[in-house]
Design a protein around this ligand. Sequence first.
Ligand code: UN1
Length: 512
Amino acid sequence: LACLETLGVNSLKQGDTFYSVLTGNTVALGEGDAFTAHSPIDGAQLSQFNNATPAQLDAVNAQLQEAFKVLRVIPAPRRGELVRRIGEEARKYKTELAEVIALEAGKIMPEALGEVQEWIDVCDFAVGQSRMLHGLSIVSERPGHRMMEQWHPLGPVAVITAFNFPMAVWAWNAMLGLVCGDPILLKPSEKAPLCALAMYQIAQNVIADMPDIPKAAVSVMIGGRDLGEAIAASEVFPLVSATGSTAMGKAVAQTVAKRLGRSLLELGGNNAMIVSPTADLDLALRAIVFAAAGTAGQRCTTLRRLIAHESVVDGLVERVAKAYGTLRIGNPLEEGKLVGPLIYEGSFNRMQAALEAAKAQGGEVVFGGERVTEGVPAGGFYVRPAIVRIAHDAPIVHEETFAPILYVLTYSDFEQALAIQNEVPQGLSSAVFTESMREAELFMSPAGSDCGIANVNIGTSGAEIGGAFGGEKETGGGRESGSDAWRNYMRRTTNTINYGGDLPLAQGIVFE
Ligand code: UN1
């Protein structure tokens, strides 16, 4: 594959087997079971790896700890320079990087390019942040004293990612973590290991020209669940950032909590959009189609529940179904395609099971849901995005199925719509379409959406990197990427300095 050749990924192997342990200083094959990764486009084998084992983690951890000692005292703007150059390198190879995403994750090229753009954008953001890692200066209650806080590098950070945003989610964590002075160990999804190697290679190209930067600052280990568990349990990582299912996140969080480490979680979403009777329905329609069917329904932020007012619901469903009928489904590498494949057969089976459950729970599939086999590469699992009319409290509606199923729910008054929006266990993204200032403000107010993301007149997906990304409840509570998410990757010290000649105690205590 030309993109892997250009990116230098093809040299990261021995025989036909790619390395699973890469720390810049050393590369090694995994010592565990062999596995192959396949393209969702046509099921063809893309790569072959051996799982890295928990035993191999020890050697990597030693390198990460050494790297931390060096990185933490390199001035932050110099670490920003590292990230600036990584961003330049990603710009240079944007197309090739997007091709690797398309091959492994099955994204259409415009979306794959958009994902690389998120990486580039977060580099720019992090470079600026590298000169703004500042704390407060605080007045002291004691004469001749002052107080301040400093933010210091935290330590090696482990980043566990999912297949659906194999580059952007690592970049949010790694680009900020690096300017904060933390070496980053990535454990990618085993469905997208070549993306991890491509990012590693881009970063190592840059580090090769910056001899002061420890190479292990950007490291990768490719392995299975046992490796993830060993990482979560390891004291070496004061922070474990994990993106994926709620079940995975709960397991990671419990293991990390046992040693009182920190976890940064971005887990399931069950994102809803309320469409009010005042809404601009043309805008709403476009937002619904991109958010619900885009990326074949495989974003954490995918629109899964449409909560439409009873006066507009029938017309809206008709228009969404009509738009769905025009979606060009097929090989994501072909120009003009809008919906690529599901990641693998298991996702297809889960989608079919969810549709069966919906029917059993009184739902009606009004459009799509079936496998598409005409005009698409054989061996891939392509589906027509589904629209299901169903009651808001049917149990299946409260589950996240990682596939393009849009549940359409109906409401009569706005308070009820808000209650429906908030009644699921997940709390990632949400949106309202309304021209009513009162509804919009209420939706964003403390009595409104309980999600981490609450949008007005735009869809639930496609967030910009400048905002804090993440959500509440079963979504895990983490915030990544923009705003002040950098603080996750640092530790705060509070310093009290006595420049007087006396030793007054706080709270006026006399101790003599
Ligand atoms: C994810 O699906 O895990 O907001 C991340 C979005 C993208 C990121 C999604 N910027 O849809």
